[in-house]
Design a protein around this ligand. Structure first.
Ligand code: ADP
Length: 317
């Protein structure tokens, strides 16, 4: 197989807190091929955003490596990293928070192109054309070119956020809960748009969400995180039809809408969420797991490939 676009090796991100060391991302490894989507799911606080930000070096990793097109991102100096910023981008959950309220749609998108010196102010005609093309790509009417964010609904604001990222012609995008703040009807439109853009521009996505149903159709593979660690990873259809880790089973059985595509026995979570601060050895899910045995807390449980492309970190499997 060709060199993956992204290769993550034993990535860790710890934060020092006054209570101890918080293991936000704790030894995560995976690869992602060009043009594919990896969905990253798990409850709030399990380290999804920190993983995405550490890959982009918006957070400095505590340990581990990130390779992008074979180049070691973790050892890059500022200059190299700046050049890479165009290739590796992020779309945020709340576009309103990341958009400048005093800038029109035109100014917001043009700013991306000017900051990265893709165009200069002297190339006004080319700049105008590129901005209107980008608005067209993301389904924003050119009538909105002089609108301000507060005049637009959440879906349109997210379209501006996407256009601004697309302006840089990126290869890889961390999508951090990009539809979670939107109404369900608008969510589908934005997800469709993201899929179309992926096909058109061969984009590679790391798609972070707490909502499994959002990534089901969009992802090639889905990775499930629990307290900073990846506990299961499988092709999307396999994860939904044959989830093996008790935590994944619990997540799936908590999806409220009955889905004929998969049938899992209901697994109810018991016990308290273990703290990510100085975690004890062994499976971090053990205290809540209905099937836990002594073996689960004797040593750390590595991810093992149990069938082709299906990795699980569980002593029971
Ligand atoms: P998720 O995206 O899955 O909701 P996060 O990556 O935001 O999870 O957070 C993972 C853990 O790291 C949480 O316990 C959170 O409180 C902690 N955390 C995130 N950012 C920081 C930070 N800058 N300083 C200290 N702790 C942080």
């Amino acid at each position: 197989m060709a060199e993956p676009l992204l290769r993550i090796e034993h990535l860790k991100k710890y934060f020092s807190t006054n209570k101890g060391t918080l293991h936000a991302v704790d030894d995560v490894s995976f690869t992602l091929q060009k043009g594919e989507t990896l969905g990253v799911v798990g409850e709030s606080g399990c380290g999804k955003s920190t993983l995405g930000r550490t890959i982009l070096r918006l957070h400095e990793p505590t340990e581990g490596k990130v390779f992008f097109e074979g180049k070691d991102v973790t050892s890059m100096g500022k200059g190299e990293l700046k050049a890479l910023r165009r290739d590796m981008q992020i779309i945020f959950q709340d576009p309103f928070a990341s958009l400048n309220p005093r800038m029109t749609v035109y100014e917001t998108i043009a700013e991306s192109l000017l900051i990265q010196k893709i165009y200069t102010r002297r190339q006004q005609q080319e700049l105008n054309k590129r901005v209107t093309d980008l608005m067209d790509f993301v389904g924003l009417s050119s009538r909105l070119v002089n609108s301000y964010p507060h005049e637009l609904d959440g879906g349109r604001r997210q379209r501006i956020g996407i256009a601004r990222v697309l302006a840089l012609d990126p290869k890889f995008i961390v999508c951090d809960e990009p539809v979670s703040a939107l109404d369900v009807s608008i969510q589908a439109q934005i997800l469709n748009l993201m899929q179309d853009l992926q096909d058109e521009f061969s984009l590679t996505y790391l798609f972070i969400t707490h909502d499994l149903s959002v990534v089901k159709h969009l992802s090639n593979d889905i990775a499930v995180m629990y307290l900073g660690q990846m506990v299961e990873k499988a092709p999307s259809s396999v994860l939904f039809s044959r989830p093996m880790h008790p935590y994944t089973q619990a997540l799936l059985s908590a999806i409220p809408v009955p889905d004929p595509d998969y049938q899992v026995k209901r697994v109810l979570l018991k016990g308290e969420l273990t703290s990510p601060i100085d975690p004890e050895i062994g499976c971090r899910f053990a205290k809540r797991c209905p099937f836990a045995t002594d073996a689960c807390t004797r040593s750390d449980i590595p991810l093992r490939e149990v069938e082709k492309g299906h990795l699980v970190a569980c002593t029971l499997v």
